[in-house]
Ligand binder design. Structure first.
Ligand code: SPV
Ligand code: MG
Length: 543
């Protein structure tokens, strides 16, 4: 993402180019590959013509227009904060096209331009390179001069690339051209070679010395140890096409597998989760912005968060604090839960504490103690909170202290006016596969994409429903309409006279058995029950 306070990207690029260290540019060809390369630690990117054209599905022969390249570059520059060197091929014409291109790149925060001494339309250096015609030296120098005169920012760099070796000319021609480009104002020389060893570029560098920084693209001489380039005093190495090539292999393998199997099971664990796409897209920033800018629908409601238990599955993480205070992305689970309610306008939140109660201390909440947390269950904690609360005027939400969820889950609950509403995840098989206890439910009808508006009611709830009966997993959040709170109190009290360790699924089952309609809203995903260390890790990307 753009960073307003960082150095200008032109300056960053120029520093990399002129520093005595060997630096590396990674190829990127669209916004997401740019992000991935930046996250991998690259300090600058190469927007290569080969891969940029390939991602459009066309040839590296100026089939994509320069404005189509610019359009993609704009997305790339927006996606990262590091500088981008654009492979501008020949400059798309003469001096006039180059100076216009420089202006457009500066407007889009692209830090530098590379142009090569061939004729428009060019073709890739590795396709019949020795048949390629080079530009007249003076004419090419006019492109360099016009580009340098056009730049507004003193640190914008123009890297000039000679194809003398590619086109079958020798070292003398390469040096003659490089010298002329230097005199015309170039900031660096890219010396390209299609050999499978670095002979040409090393010979060039030896004669050229340090007159201008030297940039290389070791695609064909990939086996050369990087130390050789470093010892020779090369400034920049461009890894010019490797992300696209990696993508081709993985995409093809995935496509062939899905085509063959006609299902997704064998690929699912080997590809990035959808959450990872969201993360790379920066979805969390948009969610924060929505909370900041959009008028929030205020819900007149209050919340009881059941957070008395330790959470044994989290090992030493809960030595000093209960599960609800385990941090995910720098914030306790309880903090995430509170944020979800706050963003729906709900501020009145009571938390039932038990294990290490003193560690549960977020501001702005009210607290109720369950001193018997060690040998009581969820309903006992709920009863502690209901006894401390005389409010019968507002709807009540009940949440588990270890379940985080997206805010829209609350909107789903509020959109239905039945007395009791629960959200049920249709993706319950994962919990069964992981063999962990979960609040499974049976409903009056299964989830149906065709009939998603029908009024589905709960018919049974429990941890040990037969798989054939299960329609989903209750995700630990429910809404009770204000006028049904007295009935809730009575049912809870009655269940506890029989079983001190009663759980909320017993309450759901009791309401259903008493003929009280419990409305089910189906959804898929977008919540997380943090029961194990693995869950804490997934919660990082979820939050
Ligand atoms: C590119 O990556 O588009 C280049 C380098 O220009 S090469 O493909 O080797 O010509
Ligand atoms: Mg190119």
């Amino acid at each position: 993402m753009k960073n307003k306070t960082a150095d200008k990207r032109t300056t960053l690029f120029k520093t990399l180019l002129t520093s005595p260290e060997l630096e590396f540019l990674c190829e990127a060809h669209n916004g997401i590959s740019a992000r991935i390369a930046e996250e991998a630690g690259f300090r600058a990117l190469w927007a290569g013509g080969l891969c940029m054209s390939a991602q459009y599905g066309v040839r590296d022969s100026n089939e994509a227009s320069w404005t189509q390249m610019l359009e993609m570059l704009e997305f790339m520059a927006d996606a990262v904060s590091i500088p981008i060197l654009m492979d501008g091929d020949t400059g798309y014409g003469n001096f006039n096209n180059v100076r216009r291109l420089v202006g457009k790149l500066e407007q889009r925060s692209v830090a530098a331009l590379c142009i090569e001494d061939k004729l428009y339309p060019k073709s890739n250096s590795f396709i019949d390179g020795n048949k390629q015609e080079l530009a007249d030296v003076d004419e090419f120098c006019s492109r360099i001069k016009a580009g340098k005169d056009a730049q507004q920012d003193d640190d914008f760099c123009i890297v000039t690339r000679t194809e003398a070796f590619i086109a079958g000319w020798g070292l003398d021609e390469a040096l003659r051209r490089a010298e002329a480009y230097h005199a015309a104002g170039a900031d660096a020389i890219l010396i390209h070679s299609a050999q499978n060893h670095p002979g040409e570029i090393l010979a060039f560098k030896k004669e050229w010395g340090d007159r201008l920084p030297v940039v290389i693209v070791p695609t064909t001489y990939y086996a050369t140890p990087t130390e050789v380039f470093r010892d020779a005093g090369v400034s920049l190495v461009i890894w010019a096409n490797h992300l696209l090539r990696a993508g081709i292999v993985s995409m093809r393998e995935c496509a062939q597998t899905i085509a063959r199997d006609q299902n997704l099971q064998s690929v699912e664990d080997r590809i990035a989760p959808v959450q990872e796409i969201f993360r790379l897209q920066g979805v969390s920033e948009l969610q924060a912005a929505e909370e900041h800018y959009l008028p929030q629908r205020e819900m007149l409601a209050r919340v009881i968060v059941l957070a008395a238990s330790r959470g044994d599955g989290l090992g030493t993480l809960t030595d000093e604090r209960p599960k609800t205070m385990v941090e995910v992305q720098g914030k306790p689970l309880l903090g995430h839960i509170v944020s979800a309610y706050n963003s729906a306008g709900i501020k009145e939140i009571a938390v039932v504490r038990g294990y290490k109660a003193e560690a549960v201390d977020l501001p702005g909440l009210s607290y109720v103690e369950n001193p018997d947390y060690a040998d009581t269950g969820e309903l006992y904690s709920l009863q502690c909170a209901l006894r401390a609360d005389a409010d019968n005027d507002h709807d009540l939400f009940i949440s588990f202290g270890d379940v985080i969820f997206r805010r829209y889950i609350l909107d789903l609950l509020a959109d239905h006016d039945e007395a009791f509403v629960i959200v049920v995840d249709t993706d319950w098989k994962e919990s069964v596969n992981r063999g962990r206890p979960a609040d499974y439910v049976s409903c009056s009808e299964p989830h149906s994409r065709r009939d998603f508006n029908s009024r589905v009611l709960l018919t049974a709830a429990g941890e040990d429903l037969e798989e054939a009966e299960i329609h989903g997993e209750w995700m630990g959040v429910m809404r009770i309409r204000a006028d049904a709170v007295p009935m809730l109190r009575n049912t809870v009290d009655e269940l506890l006279t029989r079983e001190r360790q009663a759980m909320v699924h017993h309450l759901l089952a009791a309401l259903t058995a008493a003929g009280e309609p419990v409305r089910v809203v189906y959804t898929t995903g977008h919540w997380l029950d943090v029961d194990s260390l693995d869950d804490v890790i997934s919660a990082g990307s979820f939050a």
